[in-house]
Design a protein around this ligand. Structure first.
Ligand SMILES: [Zn+2]
Length: 529
């Protein structure tokens, strides 16, 4: 009898952590309420982070000020920070707590070339002509994740909660430049799940391939080498590297017609030679090869290499290539997405003011988009699309194939904007971004609490990851062993604008908001004709 009891006790003990007990349910609920109140209490810090990072406007791999600023906040709050991870100077990992589960937060920091824009102004009005700017809204993600992490830290301390929060930066996301290297460096080996966040105009989450508008890619630069000569007096002595580039591009345009409709490929010439009277000895072209899955991306990459070799033969030049970015198409976890969506329903959309809506509608009108203002409702949980058509890419895809992950899209921007442009920067240091980031931080903190307090949910997320997501598809990196992070990219572009940008850095000790510092009345819209 005694033995039986012992066994029953053991079974009970084994089962105990796998279900939410009667005591835990109210505790979880109370903690979530507490978290929401704490996020609200940190609204000023959230706003300052959004504005500060907006003012830094740093391109991929050059996020020096941004990384210094955010790791400073984390360190000051007791997080342990490791810098220069995965061989990337601006990358870092911050951690707080101990034991399981280990919950990772990730979000991007980098901005877009030529997207400089005065915030709160509903027409093109660059802060610095030609300078980089947050025309994707990546300045808000760290405000979301750090606000949530600081709140979790407080609750973990006060309530002695076991578990670890790890924060990762999306370095050079616009170049799809780092996550495959993070994975290769083993940064997620001990992580149980990853809660990623990304700016959007809607409040949404998805699982599987989401709305099907994701592609994976490889980003490759082809360097052609020829021979310089006087272009008029001795052209027969020269071999044009630019001919190699032009022939490769022409070949690609013919081949494009015979590729799957799901592919997307595009290129820019990054070096076209120096001046017309010199036969270009060096020229280079940069391709993005996008497709829906690993085998198709790999095959596009191989076609690209064949085109380059053939073009080199035709132009009697040589060619080599360098992989500068790669991304698997993301696949998100159903268990985490369902949990997260319930929290999103509880938080609801931010309350937009008349001024917020005026800015949104004026900008939509200005760029000839649908004039609809800001979204008022959260999106239903997006289920996996059966027939994905492809679209943009995000290198968090690589993480999502190594650990259960979701991507929370929080409503901090205006709908119907073109993306990657000055227009997408307009709202990003205004109350729209501030309120959207606060809403995002609430969901982020609540979802982390769900997994910190319910180990069964972590197990379920892994069941889905192992038995559904990766049942037949296994992650293989696009990286060859010799591939290295392209951390020198954007250096010159950034250095060119740095002195001017510095004069616009936000100073929260003097100004309540960046709008106030810049003397912008909110909203600034064109007078109605
Ligand atoms: Zn992005």
């Amino acid at each position: 009898m005694k033995k039986l009891f012992r066994i029953a006790g053991l079974v009970g003990a084994l089962l105990l952590p796998t279900i939410l007990t009667a005591q835990q349910a109210p505790q979880l609920l109370a903690l979530k309420e507490n978290a929401v109140a704490e996020v609200d209490r940190l609204q000023t810090l959230t706003q300052q982070m959004v504005d500060q990072i907006f003012s830094y406007s740093e391109l991929g791999f050059q996020e020096h000020e941004t990384s210094r600023y955010v790791t400073g906040i984390l360190e000051k709050n007791g997080f342990h920070v490791e810098r220069g991870v995965a061989g990337i100077p601006t990358a870092w990992v911050a951690a707080y707590g101990s034991g399981k589960p280990v919950i990772g937060f990730i979000t991007d920091e980098d901005c877009i070339p030529r997207a400089s824009q005065r915030p709160g102004v509903a027409y093109h009005d660059p802060l610095i002509e030609g300078a980089p700017g947050h025309g994707e809204g990546h300045n808000s993600g760290m405000a979301v994740n750090i606000t949530a992490a600081l709140v979790l830290k407080k609750l973990m301390d006060e309530h002695h909660l076991a578990g670890t929060i790890k924060i990762f930066p999306g370095i050079a996301e616009e170049l799809l430049g780092t996550k495959a290297f993070y994975v290769r460096a083993g940064l997620f080996k001990d992580v149980d799940l990853v809660l990623g966040t990304h700016v959007d105009s809607e409040f949404s989450t998805s699982y599987g391939t989401g709305d099907g508008k994701w592609s994976g890619l490889v980003s490759v630069q082809y360097f052609f080498h020829g021979k310089a000569a006087h272009a008029a007096s001795a052209p027969w002595d020269g071999r044009s590297a630019l001919d190699g580039v032009s022939l490769m591009n022409a070949g690609w345009e013919f081949r494009r017609e015979h590729l799957r409709l799901q592919q997307r490929s595009h290129y820019v010439i990054i070096n076209g030679g120096d001046q017309p009277n010199v036969v270009p000895s060096e020229a280079a072209v940069w391709y993005y090869f996008r497709e829906l899955d690993y085998p198709h991306i790999k095959s596009l990459y191989e076609i690209g290499n064949t085109m380059a070799d053939a073009a080199a033969k035709m132009s009697n030049t040589t060619v080599d290539h360098k992989l500068v970015g790669s991304a698997w198409p993301p696949f998100f976890n159903k268990v985490i997405a369902e949990t997260q969506h319930k929290n999103m329903e509880a938080v609801g959309m931010p309350k937009w003011s008349e001024a917020d809506q005026t800015l949104a509608k004026a900008l939509q009108k200005e760029i000839s988009a649908k004039v609809e203002g800001l979204k008022e409702k959260i999106e239903p949980l997006k289920e996996a699309e059966k027939n994905p058509i492809g679209g943009g890419s995000d290198d968090v895809g690589d993480i999502s194939w190594n650990v259960p992950m979701v991507y929370l899209m929080y409503p901090a921007n205006i709908p119907h904007l073109p993306g990657h442009s000055w227009a997408n920067a307009v709202a990003m240091a205004t109350p729209i971004a501030h309120k959207g980031s606060t809403a995002g931080a609430k969901v982020q903190a609540m979802t982390a609490l769900d997994f910190l307090l319910q180990p069964e949910l972590v197990k379920q997320a892994w069941d889905y990851f192992r038995n559904v997501q990766t049942k037949e598809i296994h992650y293989e990196s696009f990286l060859a062993p010799e591939d290295k992070p392209a951390s020198e990219m954007n250096k010159e572009k950034m250095e060119k604008f740095l002195p001017q940008l510095k004069t616009f850095y936000y100073d929260p000790t003097k100004y309540k908001s960046y709008l106030e510092q810049l003397g912008i009345s909110y909203p600034t819209v064109k007078a109605q004709p």
